[in-house]
Write a protein that binds this ligand. Structure first.
Ligand SMILES: Nc1ncnc2c1ncn2[C@@H]1O[C@H](COP(=O)(O)OP(=O)(O)OP(=O)(O)O)[C@@H](O)[C@H]1O
Ligand SMILES: [Mg+2]
Length: 168
């Protein structure tokens, strides 16, 4: 199950993240993949707001810790693996505990830890399509996440607001 949504500004990407954040349940995992400056952090700002963390500006990329924890409607964990050199180095981060816990976890550069990612998750590929435009491919892995992607149009996430919408 997959949806592709185009955004035409950073604030649209944040708004999309917020909508999706509002649909997440405790324990959910969102993995983000995309080049430097693709918009992963922008999306996560919105996601955090949707989860109930507070203002999107509150979120910044974790620096030395790789993981930032925010209280919210449910705890929100922002993992940024940009500085991770080897997948093996992620083993000591205790990611499994985050994935299995009741918080919501969002991971930037998730492609750096292919074998550590949970089998079921929301996987989002963000691609640069122009100076202010991005294409977000939203893939549900596992039934819960497939249902989430299937339900996006019902929650108003569709053509009129974000441009092209291809659910299949
Ligand atoms: N439609 C858009 N959606 C998101 N960001 C956009 C968009 N158009 C332009 N931008 C700009 O692209 C940049 C995205 O930066 P952001 O930090 O979110 O990327 P990132 O994927 O997290 O990068 P990094 O890998 O360095 O962490 C910002 O400067 C933002 O203003
Ligand atoms: Mg980032």
């Amino acid at each position: 199950m997959k949806a592709v949504i185009q955004t035409k500004s950073p604030s649209e990407t944040i708004r999309l993240g917020k909508r999706i954040g509002g649909l997440l349940r405790p324990g959910d995992v969102v993995a983000l993949v995309g080049e430097l400056g693709a918009g992963k952090t922008q999306f996560i700002k919105g996601l955090a707001e949707g989860v109930g963390v507070g203002k999107p500006t509150y979120i910044s990329s974790p620096s030395f810790t790789l993981i930032n924890e925010y209280p919210g409607r449910v705890p929100f964990y922002h993992v940024d693996l940009f500085r991770l050199e080897r997948e093996k180095d992620a083993e000591e981060l205790g990611l499994e505990d985050y994935f299995q816990g009741d918080g919501i976890t969002a991971i930037e550069w998730a492609d750096k830890i292919p074998s550590l990612l949970p089998k079921e998750m929301l996987l989002i590929h963000i691609a640069y399509t122009g100076k202010n435009s991005r294409s977000l491919e939203i893939i549900g892995k596992g039934k819960h996440y497939e249902d989430l992607v299937k339900g996006l149009p019902e929650f108003g996430i569709r053509n009129s607001e974000y441009g092209v919408w291809n659910a299949k």
